[in-house]
Design a protein around this ligand. Structure first.
Ligand SMILES: Nc1nc2c(ncn2[C@@H]2O[C@H](COP(=O)(O)OP(=O)(O)OP(=O)(O)O)[C@@H](O)[C@H]2O)c(=O)[nH]1
Ligand SMILES: Nc1ncnc2c1ncn2[C@@H]1O[C@H](COP(=O)(O)OP(=O)(O)OP(=O)(O)O)[C@@H](O)[C@H]1O
Length: 732
């Protein structure tokens, strides 16, 4: 067995270091992986046509149901526009030229690697992703190449793929198209998931015909929908949502299936896909946690419950217009990540993505509300988790709803600007030139910038579209620093350089430690092409470390170390859990045996930014406070209790009195929707505290003023008005 070793590095932000260079880089984890790769078959181009062919299947659903209006998320009752949906899905693809690989395929962007690392565009901006692994005959000594392919060690190898290659053309066996009725014997589910009797559920004479069509459609898109466990979840979802409709008149079940398909496409395992199918059942149907637990085990039940909690939080935030306050939105992200299993966040994101894809059915005002919230909360969350394809789809769709004129204008201009053929041909040329110079590389990937990203850059930098030089970009990941410069020379020999655009962030790293070579060239005609060249260690830093892309994109936003830790950790977890898919499915082992590929990167003990992976006892606690119908997300020290909260709320508010009136008594606090019984109870991440004045606010103010006057006068006389009010809550 050939073994190679990759070290992962993370360094603290240079802002806390004296040198403008990554310091304290002892945060490395080393792991071995086997390189026996099994070349997997291509996720064939037939998949694209299969998806395309589904449009008639779905639109042919003509089942009539009674309308359902009890949808807590509102979006749940949306009209489902298959045409739009398919456009979004199929607009995202990658191209693997056949020249060196021997296989040509155009496929939708659906591999876990692309989702976790790579850029994808959607909507009216035709997306482009081109990825090349170095060709095997280049003579590259390390066997990293093998690690990009799934095999028996797909899990470990896959992680490296993620970490190293943003656009690796990964043909996961899980994406092989499998026609319905083929081997479903590979079903896998966690050991804690219960077995069940297929006969009981599947042959239900009450199953609606549309349900079979939906299942068939899902199975054609991903073979995980052939697994018994997932099929069972599908039929439970069908029973739970039977009769419920989207605003479009489509069966509600369709939304559940689409959510689950999105999850399957990024490599989620059967537990997550099943939970995706059932994600709305706790809130919108008669199913209970215990029932789900009894059928599917704690794995699924906890996830469904987690999604339900997130939905409640999101609704609270939306109702209270919290999303537009940066600090609060930031705390919400952190709370989402800290409260729920990161996989529940994934399900929530998939749910939201599908809802946003089908937003058109809602009245304009609601479309805008949801789009705004999505842009503020969910797209950054997807970005932080490294799920770029979802992030870009969410952003582009929200952009379309929020700024339709700019969206239309930019799209029409970009139709002419996007030059996918140029990226393809530039990739091929560079690949050949590198081969001629015997420069080996890990990954050569291409992307064009998403519509929304272009829009933001134009606004931020006050640029015209033709002043943006990185609409088309290539990224080359090589073995070592020397190869970076050799490759740069090759690039400059191939194409003419745009003067003034070369940046050597290797010799002069950015303040956050980011390293890479950047240049802009003009391959053909006038269209500029940005080329980034870096080593795999630099790339890890740019994806997971302190120079991580999400932080770079969030720019000026100052994050507490806790936020950073949460995000890094959640991303780590999501990465390896998605990667676990192939191992999970191909082995009989239980999910518990799946471990992250290496220890979470840690820092030296004295590093102020040392990671604490879990939302541990030492981290702050974020609590939602609803007061006078206004919501805020507030941060408390670990071990704070309700008394601390009440004190803080009182201080600085109009209720606070220098004479120390026991402000907490004037309120009737409710903790997580129940009256507070023990004020000394500790606050937990995600607690919702409602503070309702015991007497009407106006009256309270009058009382307060009156008492203040009393004290000021030194009088003990209480006015009749105050006495009449009963002074509720003012007694200690
Ligand atoms: N992950 C990560 N990527 C970065 C960072 N800084 C720059 N980049 C990448 O490098 C690209 C260009 O960076 P620069 O060459 O510094 O660009 P610029 O000077 O801001 O000018 P433009 O090319 O117009 O954006 C960005 O589009 C990112 O893709 C960073 O700190 N972290
Ligand atoms: N030249 C490039 N080649 C390949 N991928 C790139 C290139 N530049 C950026 N990316 C990747 O494309 C994705 C989308 O990035 P996006 O275009 O939104 O921002 P950016 O170009 O990195 O930053 P900015 O908008 O500030 O220039 C990210 O995953 C990023 O790492």
């Amino acid at each position: 067995m050939a073994v190679s070793t990759i070290a992962l590095y993370a360094s603290p932000p240079s802002s806390v270091c004296s040198a403008p260079h990554p310091c304290q880089i002892n945060a490395h984890a080393t792991y071995d992986f086997d390189l026996n790769s099994t070349p997997s078959s291509s996720a064939s181009s037939s998949q694209k046509s299969v998806v395309g062919g589904l449009s008639c299947l779905f639109s042919s659903s003509t089942v009539k149901h009674s309308s359902f209006s009890g949808d807590r998320e509102e979006l749940g009752s949306l009209w489902h526009d298959r045409g739009e949906d398919l456009k979004e899905l199929s607009s995202s693809f990658r191209f693997s030229p056949s020249k060196y690989l021997g296989v040509s395929s155009i496929k939708r962007d659906q591999s876990p690697i692309s989702v976790l690392q790579g850029p994808v565009s959607c909507s009216s901006s035709p997306p482009m992703r081109i990825a090349r692994e170095r060709s095997a005959d280049i003579g590259f000594q390390s066997s990293i190449h093998g690690s990009f392919r799934s095999g028996t060690s797909g899990f470990f190898n896959g992680f490296v793929r993620h970490a190293l290659g943003s656009c690796v053309d990964y043909d996961s066996p899980s994406f092989e198209f499998q026609s319905v009725g083929t081997d479903v014997g590979s079903s896998s589910f966690a050991a804690d998931e219960l077995t069940f009797n297929m006969e009981d559920t599947f042959v239900d004479p009450n199953n609606e015909p549309y349900a079979k069509e939906l299942l068939l459609g899902a199975q054609m898109r991903h073979k995980i929908f052939c697994e018994d466990f997932v099929v069972k979840a599908f039929y439970e979802a069908e029973k739970a949502h039977r009769g419920q409709m989207r605003a479009s008149g489509d069966p509600y079940l369709q939304h559940c299936v689409e959510t689950a398909v999105l999850l399957a496409m990024i490599g989620a395992n059967s537990t997550v896909v099943a939970a995706g199918l059932l994600h709305d059942t706790l809130d919108d149907s008669f199913l209970s946690y215990d029932y789900i637990f009894s059928l599917f085990g704690a794995g699924v039940a906890d996830l469904v419950e987690g999604v339900s909690k997130l939905s409640h939080l999101s609704k609270l935030a939306r109702d209270n217009n919290t999303a537009n306050k940066t600090v609060e939105a930031d705390r919400l992200h952190t709370m989402f990540l800290a409260m729920a299993d990161a996989r529940a966040v994934l399900i929530k994101l998939a749910d939201r993505l599908h809802n946003i894809m089908t937003l058109d059915a809602l009245p304009l005002i609601k479309q805008q509300r949801f789009a705004k919230e999505t842009l503020e909360i969910f797209a950054p969350l997807a970005n932080r988790l490294g799920i770029f394809s979802w992030k870009e789809q969410l952003e582009n769709l929200c952009f379309k709803h929020l700024n339709p004129d700019q969206h239309r204008d930019l799209s029409s201009r970009l139709v002419e600007s996007f030059d996918e053929a140029m990226i393809t041909s530039a990739t091929e040329k560079l690949e050949k030139a590198l081969k001629d110079e015997a420069i080996s590389y890990h990954v050569l990937s291409g992307r064009h910038k998403s519509l929304y990203s272009i829009y933001c850059k134009m606004l931020k930098k006050k640029l015209k579209m033709d002043e943006i030089h990185d609409i088309h970009g290539l990224r080359l990941i090589v073995e070592n620093e020397e190869d970076c410069y050799r490759a740069l020379k090759v690039v400059h020999q191939l194409w003419s350089e745009v003067p003034g655009k070369f940046k050597d962030y290797i010799k002069h790293p950015k303040f956050n430690g980011y390293q890479s070579l950047h240049t802009v060239v003009r391959p053909e005609g006038m269209v500029p092409l940005e080329v980034q060249i870096r080593t795999k260690e630099m790339h890890l830093q740019a994806e997971f470390g302190f120079a991580a892309h999400w932080r770079y994109k969030e720019g000026d936003c100052k994050h507490s170390s806790f936020v950073l830790q949460m995000v890094e950790w959640a991303r780590w977890v999501v990465t390896w859990q998605c990667e676990a898919m192939s191992k999970d499915r191909s082995s009989n082992g239980c999910a518990d045996s799946i471990k992250p590929p290496c220890a979470f990167p840690t820092h030296s003990d004295d590093c102020p930014f040392s990671y604490k992976p879990h939302c541990g006892q030492n981290g702050p606690v974020f609590v939602i406070i609803i007061e006078n119908d206004k919501m805020s997300v507030q941060e408390f020290l670990a071990n704070s209790n309700m008394m601390d909260l009440l004190e803080r709320v009182g201080r600085g508010s109009s209720r606070w009195s220098p004479y120390g009136f026991p402000v907490k008594e004037e309120l009737r606090p409710r903790l997580n929707h129940k009256p507070l019984s023990d004020p000394t109870c500790k606050l937990k991440m995600g607690d919702v505290v409602e503070l309702t004045p015991a007497i009407p606010d106006k009256c309270l103010t009058e009382c307060r003023e009156e008492i203040q006057r009393m004290y000021d006068r030194g009088s003990t006389t209480v006015s009749s008005k105050t006495a009449a009010s009963g002074m509720v809550g003012w007694r200690s």
